[in-house]
Design a protein. Structure first.
Ligand SMILES: [Zn+2]
Ligand SMILES: [Zn+2]
Length: 411
């Protein structure tokens, strides 16, 4: 039988114990809070000093008028040169580039030495960037000096037939901006007005710079008539193929990744592919992909993210009756494909192609980064100073490089 005195004592001891623990907890919480405040205080002071230093440095450079920039002179010929710092005309911003990401398009430009629509050497190039505003043109509102921004590589006119019909990516007068591989970049008025976004404090500049390619991936995926549970085959394990597969997996699709290289297999799995088919043979890719669907009927959606005619044809062979094919990867101009008319007709195949992004998909992509649904570190696997840009691109051409490299000017 329990002794009432003992029980009383136990209760008192319990109460005391609880009281003591509570005091202890409170003390601990208090201590942690103080430490946190100190830590935040210290970081803030450090940041302010850093921002101050950058601002002073920027001001000095703006006065002196020169900066380091990568200038493309021709095929595989990039030189880091001193060029004039751009100045902001009315409506424009000058941004100190915090990070510029390498991209498949830049690689193409580097290999060929020009870009039919955008770049005639000698020219500044690079287009995936984020940075800090250092000069504000007359009339610009909402982006004071010191704002951390991601400025996209293009902006639609907002007035033409296509803009009015919500197809801004097809704008008759799409304005492009290049020159991210430099210490500073000029952001034209239209891009300031339509495609420049504030970066929240918790998002590093390097991560925000992924907005542009991710917007292309979001646009490509959403344009493929997706629905939750759809089986989606994605051909190509480059940065964009991987981003599309990631976006598709997040949207609840069952993703089959079709890749060539060993490194891409692991990346595809980590980003949410339910199945990975690794092959260099188109026949085998079609057979194995179909084998992953009930009764070999084919996938609901196939997205081609390589940009060669043979794999466009491959994508058509993979979808089920009533399925959708998206020719996402742009092929070299002048190339053609051969498709079997009977298959297209009697199987009611929908053929689509997707290009670029719209202000809306840019914002959705940015939202995925800010909400940490996409981890940019999955794609940005290397970092290098501006002076090493040429080596980095060469390395990528030889397929030995990272998925994407963050080029950090001023280092
Ligand atoms: Zn790009
Ligand atoms: Zn337009």
């Amino acid at each position: 039988m329990p002794d009432p005195v003992k029980r009383g004592r136990t209760t008192v001891e319990d109460v005391l114990q609880v009281g003591r623990s509570t005091v202890g907890d409170v003390l601990q919480i208090g201590r942690n809070t103080v430490e946190e405040v100190l830590h935040v205080g210290r970081s803030t002071v450090e940041e302010v000093i850093q921002v101050g230093r950058n601002t002073v440095e920027s001001a000095r450079q703006l006065r002196q008028g020169t900066m380091q920039a990568a200038v493309l002179h021709g095929r595989q010929d990039i030189r880091i040169e001193d060029v004039p710092v751009p100045r902001a005309a009315p409506g424009e911003l000058i941004v100190r580039v915090g990070a510029a990401l390498t991209c498949g398009t830049d690689l193409k430009v580097f290999r060929r030495g020009y870009h039919a629509r955008m770049i005639v050497p000698p020219a500044l190039f690079g287009h995936e960037l984020a940075g800090t505003v250092v000069e504000v043109g007359e009339g610009v509102e909402g982006f004071p000096n010191g704002s951390r921004v991601v400025a996209l590589n293009s902006a639609p006119c907002g007035k033409c037939y296509f803009c009015i019909h919500s197809q801004e990516n097809l704008c008759d007068d799409l304005l492009f901006n290049n020159g991210a591989y430099a210490e500073f970049i000029r952001i034209p008025e239209r891009i300031v007005a339509k495609n420049t976004l504030h970066i929240p404090d918790h998002v590093p500049l390097e991560h925000a710079a992924l907005t542009e390619p991710l917007a292309c991936a979001v646009h490509g995926f959403e344009d493929s008539r997706p629905y939750p549970g759809a089986t989606v085959a994605i051909i190509g394990g480059g940065p964009l193929g991987l981003m599309i597969l990631h976006v598709a997996a997040l949207a609840g699709c069952e993703v089959i990744a079709i890749v060539k290289h060993d490194g891409q297999v692991e990346a595809a799995r980590q980003l949410g592919a339910a199945h990975v088919v690794q092959t260099t043979s188109i026949r085998k890719a079609i057979r194995e992909t179909r084998a992953l669907t009930p009764k070999n009927r084919g996938v609901d959606i196939a997205i081609e993210a390589v940009g060669v005619p043979e794999s466009w044809e491959e994508a058509v062979e993979m979808v089920r009756k009533g399925g959708t094919v998206n020719f996402f990867g742009g092929c070299a101009s002048g190339t053609k494909v051969q498709l079997e008319t009977n298959r297209l007709h009697y199987s009611e195949i929908t053929l689509k192609a997707t290009f670029h992004h719209t202000p809306e998909t840019v914002r959705r992509a940015f939202g995925l980064i800010a909400a940490k649904k996409i981890r940019p570190t999955d794609y940005i696997t290397g970092e290098a100073p501006l002076s090493r840009l040429q080596q980095v691109l060469r390395h990528m051409l030889n397929r030995g490089g990272d998925i994407k490299t963050a080029i950090i000017p001023g280092h």
